[in-house]
Design a protein around this ligand. Structure first.
Ligand SMILES: [Zn+2]
Length: 64
């Protein structure tokens, strides 16, 4: 069984710290919210995966 989750470094839009999030690369396109481990504010993650792994990751801060 191949492991598809991979830690990816992203910059938190709220506090600017570089944090690691675990991304499931078996899903081609996903959007979800994960709390920043440093400032505890939600980060909106949009992850695009291709056949060779992570294609694109977009991080946005809390929506108003
Ligand atoms: Zn943060």
């Amino acid at each position: 069984m191949q492991q598809y989750t991979e830690p990816v470094a992203v910059d938190c839009p709220s506090c600017g710290e570089t944090v690691e999030v675990l991304v499931d690369l078996s899903i081609p396109l996903q959007e979800y919210i994960e709390d920043c481990p440093v400032c505890c504010r939600p980060m909106n993650l949009k992850v695009t995966s291709g056949e060779s792994g992570l294609a694109e990751i977009e991080v946005r801060g809390e929506e108003d």
